[in-house]
Design a protein around this ligand. Structure first.
Ligand SMILES: [Zn+2]
Ligand SMILES: [Zn+2]
Length: 398
């Protein structure tokens, strides 16, 4: 079996990994856009012979989750190559991209391509010729995120995608890896936090408790967070209800939350009849009862915020986007007041979780991806495991 990280050995996001069997079956895991950051060009053109350039030489593309840095280049893939995504991810991504197409940020043609995505769901395996792929559900800042166990030629590889263990479903991650994965030959592992030097992460549950304190203290609160970070929104929603505040958002966000409600049996995602979409008709009620409203960087949100000059603003996503060298800075600074409150926790695994996952699967080789400085993986101090510091495009035979 051969592994080639075509992109992502020395960067966070935009990772493209190939697994090739000895008989020539070729699959790709994730095909993301580069994240907007100072060291990689977001618009740099990714091309790969047989994947984006004719004739097709790949058998399938598997997407771990719907974040743009994992799925964003789906429209570059040759149409004859099937793309597999999680069943729920497909629906969420469709709702998100429909909003972007209404704002002319993506084309109608690209939107329609999503209908052709094939789906997988846990715990069912997918077989692509002689390669078997088992999805394993993980905790992440995206709903319906997965790791993949890939088996062929008598070898076993675990590709972690993006994951963490301090979120709403974090405690299940180690259990699932023990149950469905076990020992592997190779671990392809994300290392986002290893170069960010963060020692401690608040759990999503602790964040919910902090949010409640803030909602008790402040009657009118606007919160900016990713519209598809469903577990964050669920935490904010629970905190708002506990503080007896209205929970308000726009129609797009409400559609997304109602979809999650419809497919989930967990009480955490019971949004129906509890989430209000903003309209002039609820303005008086918002004044009277107090509220928590989700906002985004757009004129709709800005207009509503102006109507509540006494309100507080919580920023609940990565603070790096507020730095001047990020393209988001310009539009975010128009929205985020100087006295914002920062309330966020990472969507990625901390040092101890990475080490624990590596210890469970006990790989002979670990290939770091989604990490700016992969040499940081040496700090995990793993026994009998070689950290393979590859460069983009290098062939790794296992
Ligand atoms: Zn990512
Ligand atoms: Zn992600």
């Amino acid at each position: 079996m051969k592994i080639i990280v075509h992109r992502g050995t020395h960067q966070i996001g935009g990772c493209v990994t190939e697994i090739q069997s000895n008989s020539g079956t070729r699959i790709i895991i994730d095909i993301g856009e580069n994240l907007p950051s100072s060291n990689v060009d977001k618009n740099c053109d990714f091309k790969l012979d047989g994947l984006t350039q004719k004739p097709a030489k790949f058998d399938a593309v598997f997407i771990t989750h719907y974040h743009g840095d994992h799925i964003g280049l789906y429209n570059k893939i040759l149409p004859e190559i099937p793309i597999y995504v999680g069943k729920v991810s497909k629906e969420i991504y469709k709702i998100l991209q429909t909003r972007l197409s209404k704002s002319h940020i993506i084309s109608e043609d690209d939107l329609n391509l999503i209908d052709n995505f094939k789906t997988y769901c846990i715990p069912y395996k997918k077989t692509i010729k002689d390669i078997v792929i088992t999805p394993i559900a993980v905790d992440h800042s995206a709903f319906d995120a997965h790791m993949f166990l890939i088996e062929c030629d008598g070898k076993r590889v675990l590709h972690t995608g993006d994951f963490r263990t301090h979120g709403q479903r974090g405690s299940k991650v180690f259990e699932a890896i023990e149950k469905y994965v076990g020992k592997v030959d190779c671990l392809i592992c994300e290392g986002t936090t290893l170069s960010r030097n963060t020692e401690y992460f608040m759990t999503e549950h602790q964040l919910q408790q902090e949010a409640k304190k803030l909602f008790d203290e402040h009657k009118q609160v606007f919160v900016m967070c990713s519209s598809t970070n469903i577990d964050r929104i669920a935490a904010l929603h629970k905190a708002a209800l506990a503080s007896n505040r209205l929970f308000v958002c726009d129609n797009y966000q409400k559609e997304l939350l109602l979809y999650i409600d419809s497919i989930s049996r967990s009480p955490l995602y019971k949004f129906k009849d509890r989430v209000l979409s903003y309209g002039k008709n609820i303005y008086d009620l918002m004044q009277e009862k107090g509220f928590v409203m989700l906002v985004r960087a757009n004129t709709f949100s800005k207009k509503i915020m102006k109507k509540f000059p006494e309100s507080k603003f919580i920023y609940s996503q990565w603070e790096g986007y507020l730095k001047k060298d990020f393209p988001e800075y310009e539009y975010l600074q128009k929205m985020v007041p100087e006295d914002y409150i920062y309330l966020h926790t990472s969507g990625h695994a901390d040092f101890n979780s990475l080490k624990q996952v590596a210890q469970i699967v006990d790989p002979n080789i670990l290939v770091p991806i989604h990490c700016e400085d992969p040499s940081n993986f040496e700090k995990l101090d793993l026994k009998n495991c070689k950290i393979k510091l590859a460069v983009d495009g290098e062939e790794i035979n296992i």
